[in-house]
Design a protein around this ligand. Structure first.
Ligand code: FES
Ligand code: FE2
Length: 391
């Protein structure tokens, strides 16, 4: 399992990215087959998706004692609930009796116990087996030995993460701060207090890494996103990083206070943000499956749910202040229409990339300097996959 790197190391990586601007030489992409090969996908499931912290949604999706929701983590169905004291608990969606799929996909509420649809065994909200119809404890059968199979669950800033590793995992915050970018740098946006105002789910016929790579570069922006490059002028030049702006921020067009083509906001600003945040856009990618876009009045994020090597479900949520959601229909806000436009532009080109990399002609491609974040994502990926970095 990969070791965390501390804040110092992160600083070093960032300085290295800066230094590299001048000395960069074109570097190879991942191999074509890494975007479609079934055995690569199986290896990723083992080494990444079932080995570390994976974002699945928001804590508000499992609000109360007895609420539950299922999640697909690279082909493993799991569910998260809250026990009698309101603490989050997570389990594989598998009965301990004979392995039956336990809950149907989706969300719901139970009063006190979960009941398996096969032989009716029941488990309490902490996963303890408490009912076994027609099987008595005096048959040398001890219910305590057959609880549901647990998973690790934790939250940060309202985001819900699960971890399927059998070993004791690295603490979530340590994990979140171990890459070049981290959502922990944005406490001032008060994300823990925001709520989901709108959700769009996209089905994209592309490998999850193609989506990550697409998120991390803007060489495609002038051709794919003519509207976006008006709002974020630096994107016109294919650059995604303004070294002079803190926290990987980017200036929006002059006077803009909201992420939409007019730049005009009718939404209340987040109370904790700085004056300098008002004209900015912050976008970060957090390995492996969440990308956040922070605006002065809305947070949009993508959670990537890989369904296989050639298919990714993308959950795109829009967070607002609770009073904003109570006050109006946020689904009609311009920021939603704008991100939906950008998203569809991106998914279309990701699907084109997917079919192209499946060609026998394509062994691997090339990263010019402005693609350096993709190369660093690939280095991080190689690390998780147990391979040597290319350096
Ligand atoms: S498999 Fe669940 S009760 Fe038998
Ligand atoms: Fe894009």
């Amino acid at each position: 399992v990969k070791e965390a790197i501390d804040g110092d190391a992160r600083g070093k990586l960032r300085r290295r990215l800066l230094d590299e601007s001048a000395s960069w030489r074109p570097k190879p992409t991942l191999a074509g087959r890494e975007y479609w090969d079934e055995s690569v996908w199986q290896d990723e499931r083992e080494r990444i998706w079932h080995a570390t912290w994976i974002a699945v949604g928001r804590a508000e999706e499992v609000p109360d004692t007895g609420s539950f929701r299922t999640f697909d983590v690279a082909g493993e169905s799991v569910f998260v609930t809250r026990n009698a004291s309101g603490e989050l608990r997570g389990f594989y969606n598998v009965c301990a009796h004979r392995g039956t799929r336990f809950l149907d996909e989706g969300a719901g509420t139970v009063r006190k116990v979960f009941k398996c649809p096969y032989h009716g065994w029941t488990y309490d909200l902490d996963g303890r087996l408490v009912g076994t119809p027609n099987v008595d404890e005096d048959e040398y059968f001890d219910r305590a030995e057959h609880p549901l199979f647990p998973i690790h669950v934790d939250t940060y800033a309202g985001f819900l993460f699960v971890n399927l590793s059998a070993a004791r995992p690295m603490p979530l915050v340590e994990f979140l701060t171990s890459g070049a970018e981290t959502m922990t740098a944005f406490e001032r946006f008060g994300m823990a207090d925001l709520r989901i105002g709108h959700r769009i789910v996209y089905e994209v016929r592309a490998n999850w890494k193609i989506l990550v790579e697409n998120y991390n570069e803007c060489l495609h922006c002038p051709t794919i996103h003519p509207e976006l490059v008006q709002v974020v002028p630096l994107f016109r030049f294919g650059e995604v990083w303004d070294e002079d702006v803190r926290d990987d921020g980017l200036q929006m067009m002059p006077g803009a206070t909201s992420f939409n083509p007019t730049g005009v906001s009718t939404l209340p600003r987040f109370p904790g943000i700085l004056e300098e945040d008002v004209n900015r856009y912050y976008g970060i990618y957090q390995f492996p499956n969440i990308a956040l876009d922070m605006h002065p009045d809305c947070v949009q994020y993508y959670i990537l749910v890989p369904r296989g090597p050639r298919h990714t479900t993308v959950v795109s949520d829009y967070l607002f202040l609770p009073e904003t959601i109570a006050d109006r229909d946020v689904s009609t806000e311009p920021v939603v229409a704008f991100w939906d436009l950008i998203s569809n532009q991106d998914w279309a080109v990701c699907e084109r990339a997917q079919v192209g990399v499946q060609s026998r002609a394509y062994r691997s491609g090339v990263y010019p300097r402005k693609d350096r974040f993709l190369y660093w994502f690939n280095e991080e990926y190689r690390g998780w996959m147990g391979r040597e970095p290319m350096g």
